[in-house]
Design a binder for this molecule. Structure first.
Ligand code: AMP
Length: 289
């Protein structure tokens, strides 16, 4: 596996691949790899001739200095894991390479970026994500970019951005990888104290309770959210929201697909999780049994 640090070298690598008619898959990450990242790399390895992993802790998407400072970094370990999974290139540019002096442009998706994660972390969060992803797509020009459903709102924002800007890339979204007890894998889990690690399972427990409520025939979003909150006893969620998976508009009565999104602070660590629930859509929204 080759490690590339500059945009010029990355472009040259991709130009050679294109001349050889090879497809390029890109896996964007902020490092500190876990099985969630591995699943994206495996999916890319299966589908594409060349697999590029982007490793960049993007300062522009952090709303808290302390979160950025504490973000886990271990490039040597990440490189060994990526090589083991058959990745061809680790593209790990410096902050100056990505944001040279005088950098002044940003990409913002209205509306979708302002709710839930955007409301809690500030609008600059998704602007930071969209700006860096646009740059990264322009640097690598992949055929397919792989993302995790774990960050459901990020997926919705990026899908809209790719559509609105006619970016020539396919987004492939892979399912959330979980610990045996249900906790969604996250680079931030490493920061949980043992007692907090036990409490953290509350997020997925809340989602399973929401799924169970819907399976029992409940269609009222407030009642479903209340069931999730009850199952999350012991943590104080920042939000439990039922939204349309594409527009992120609030859903009041479940009829068709709904995304249940939760966020909670466990100790000093902010965690998010979600599930998509499918019900048979009926014209008047009445439950089908
Ligand atoms: P990050 O390094 O946290 O920015 O994540 C890089 C990519 O991995 C994003 O597309 C995430 O959605 C995805 N990802 C993070 N955690 C998981 C997980 N538990 N399962 C699947 N994908 C994940």
């Amino acid at each position: 596996m080759k490690t590339i640090r500059t945009v010029a070298e990355m472009r040259e690598y991709v130009a050679q691949a294109r001349r050889a008619d090879r497809t390029v898959g890109l896996v964007p990450t902020m490092g500190a790899f876990h099985a969630g990242h591995h699943s994206l790399m495996r999916a890319a390895r299966e589908r594409c001739d060349e697999v590029v992993v982007w490793l960049f802790v993007n300062p522009r998407q952090f709303n808290e200095e302390s979160d950025l400072a504490a973000y886990p970094r271990d490039e040597a370990r990440d490189a060994a894991e990526a090589a083991e999974l058959g990745v061809d290139v680790l593209f790990a540019p410096s902050v100056d390479e990505v944001y040279p002096p005088g950098f002044a442009t940003s990409v913002h998706v209205d509306g979708l970026s302002d709710v839930l994660e955007g409301a809690v972390r500030g609008v600059s969060h998704f602007t930071g994500v969209c700006t860096v992803v646009t740059k990264m797509l322009n640097m690598v020009t992949p055929d397919v970019a792989f993302f995790g459903q774990k960050d459901a709102q990020q997926v919705a924002v990026l899908r809209r951005m790719v559509r609105d800007l006619n970016l020539p890339v396919e987004l492939a979204v892979m399912p959330t990888v979980r610990e045996p007890d249900g906790l969604a894998l996250s680079s931030r889990n490493a920061r949980l104290e043992p007692a907090d690690r036990e409490r953290a399972v509350a997020l997925s427990r809340g989602l399973r309770a929401a799924e169970a409520a819907v399976a029992d025939g409940e269609r009222d979003s407030s009642a479903i959210a209340a069931a999730a909150r009850t199952a999350m006893a012991g943590v104080d969620p920042e939000y439990v929201a039922l939204v349309d998976p594409d527009s992120f508009e609030l859903v009041h009565n479940v009829n068709g697909r709904v995304l249940v999104a939760v966020a909670a602070r466990i100790g000093d660590t902010r965690l998010i999780d979600n599930t998509v629930i499918h019900t048979a859509a009926t014209p008047d929204g009445a439950p089908t049994t």
